[in-house]
Design a protein around this ligand. Structure first.
Ligand SMILES: Cc1cc2nc3c(=O)[nH]c(=O)nc-3n(C[C@H](O)[C@H](O)[C@H](O)COP(=O)(O)OP(=O)(O)OC[C@H]3O[C@@H](n4cnc5c(N)ncnc54)[C@H](O)[C@@H]3O)c2cc1C
Length: 445
């Protein structure tokens, strides 16, 4: 049986970043497994014209290792696109190109293996290592690993009132936005479509349907407004190691309150997409006529039912405490994603020190709290929103987090990572002197 120093489960951008940073580290034996046949980044939402919401510098490696061969700039060089990219003067690259860049890296990294679904993870006491069982090409294999990093992503969430509609294949399409492209043609030819959820995915679906010129589009948001994502320079400092350090030390109730209240940091819509929707409606109403859409903030769907010619959504406008019903022929639930406990973890479940709500307890190096009998390390990426805050799903911190995990798994600093980079002091000054002092750049680092 093969033994690895580190095995990654799942090859999304976060574990792919770790694979890229591990590449070439002397003596480190790594393996990364993914059940998909090849790298694929949210294929159901990879529409033409959509862009990455972080600068291209948040690629797999650059924020911690700009000289790595797996940078986006090196990808451009390999594809003879450096000059076109230079002339395009883009900081926010097309999502389709980010997907292609990641696929290029995944295909070039010898540690990445696709078509390999992990079905069980357990602790082998005799071997002093984790045992990972995976299915690949019709066979089952087991490998041993001293450290395991879970990068299995998040699962689409459909709110309870809409769930009964999902099992119905007729009278019209009902789906999560994660599957949008597979159903786009049917949605475009529907009489009207109701999009529920006012995050970036909902906005992109609304815009795509409007641009197609097909259905009447109704957009329902539970939030009080179709609000833009916070993208001010100081606001973005919530996506720094400094903020993570501050957030981790807060009491649990305070952390949960903050994550709820900070929705505009990670659930809002880019100002450009909101402007594009406005522009589209402006264009479509030149010379008069009704807009081909209705936008309803402050509205929650409380129940839904199907009948012969469509769906009836019972809604509530919270501020006015008003109830009303919407009839529609198709529904897209752009209602987000959440971390879920993977089924393959079951054999290890008794050795995981879950918190009172059944979630991982994750330390500053992204290590999950385990029974002391387990001498190996289990790490998570993008499953620590409750302990580390809004940066958990954000690509900005991906390379930094992967390097932090690499250093912890290696037991020494392979790649130096900063822990103070922000101008903002998130907590109270620790001493009266610190409160008076004017920090210089040097003293912040
Ligand atoms: C449409 C969309 C656009 C986004 N755009 C941005 C953006 O512009 N900027 C930003 O900062 N964030 C963005 N995000 C948020 C976030 O960065 C992405 O969701 C990102 O893909 C998360 O990466 P991940 O590695 O955690 O998981 P994923 O990309 O979901 O990858 C997880 C992988 O694990 C594999 N897997 C799961 N279970 C197993 C198993 N048992 N065995 C083997 N493999 C398994 C899956 O096949 C999958 O490939 C976006 C999210 C969405 C949905």
């Amino acid at each position: 049986m093969s033994t690895y120093d580190l095995v990654g489960v799942g090859i999304g951008p976060f574990n792919l970043s770790l694979a890229a940073l591990c590449d070439g580290v002397p003596g480190l034996r790594t393996l990364f497994l993914d059940r998909r046949p090849a790298f694929s980044w949210h294929p159901g939402l990879l529409m033409e014209g959509t862009v990455l919401q972080v600068p291209f510098l948040a690629d797999l490696v650059t924020m911690v290792e700009p000289t790595s061969p797996w940078s986006y700039l090196n990808y451009l060089r390999h594809h003879d696109r450096m000059f076109p990219f230079f002339f395009s003067e883009r900081f926010h690259i097309p999502r389709r190109e980010y997907d292609h860049y990641c696929r290029w890296a995944a295909e070039g990294l010898r540690s990445c293996r696709f078509g390999a679904e992990v079905s069980a993870l357990s602790w082998d006491e005799a071997a002093g290592a984790f045992a990972l069982t995976y299915r690949s090409a019709g066979t089952t294999a087991t490998v041993l690993a001293r450290q395991v990093v879970l990068g299995v992503g998040t699962e689409p969430v459909v709110p309870a009132p809409l769930r009964p509609l999902l099992s119905r294949s007729s009278p019209g399409p009902v789906l999560h936005s994660a599957d949008y492209l597979a159903h786009r043609d049917r949605l475009r030819s529907a009489a009207d479509v109701t999009v529920v959820g006012a995050g970036q995915s909902g906005a992109e679906v609304v815009l795509d349907l409007l641009r197609a010129g097909g259905p009447y589009v109704r957009w329902l948001a539970r939030t009080p407004a179709f609000a833009p994502m916070e993208y001010s320079k100081l606001g973005l400092e919530h996506f720094t190691p400094d903020y993570i350090g501050y957030f981790r030390a807060l009491p649990e109730a305070e952390r949960e309150r903050l994550v709820r209240e900070q929705w505009q940091l990670y659930k809002g819509v880019s100002a450009e997409t909101l402007a594009d929707i406005h522009d589209e409606l402006y264009e479509r109403t030149i010379g008069g006529g009704e807009p081909p859409a209705a936008l309803h903030p402050g509205v929650e769907v409380v129940s839904a039912r199907a009948d012969t010619d469509g769906y009836a959504l019972t809604c509530r406008h919270a501020p006015q405490e008003a109830g009303f019903e919407i009839r529609t022929s198709a529904v897209v639930a752009a209602t987000g994603y959440a971390a879920a406990r993977p089924a393959f973890l079951e054999p290890l479940a008794d050795l995981v020190d879950w918190d009172a709500k059944g979630r991982y307890q994750v330390d500053g190096q992204y290590r999950v709290a385990l029974d002391p009998r387990v001498s190996g390390g289990l790490f998570v990426q993008n499953a620590e929103l409750h302990t580390h805050g809004v940066g958990a799903p954000d690509l900005t911190l991906g390379a930094w987090r992967a390097a932090t995990i690499l250093n912890a798994a290696a037991g020494h600093v392979v790649l130096p990572v900063p822990d103070k980079v922000a101008w903002t002091s998130f907590g109270a000054p620790r001493t009266p002197e610190a409160a008076r002092a004017r920090p210089s750049v040097g003293s912040l680092r």
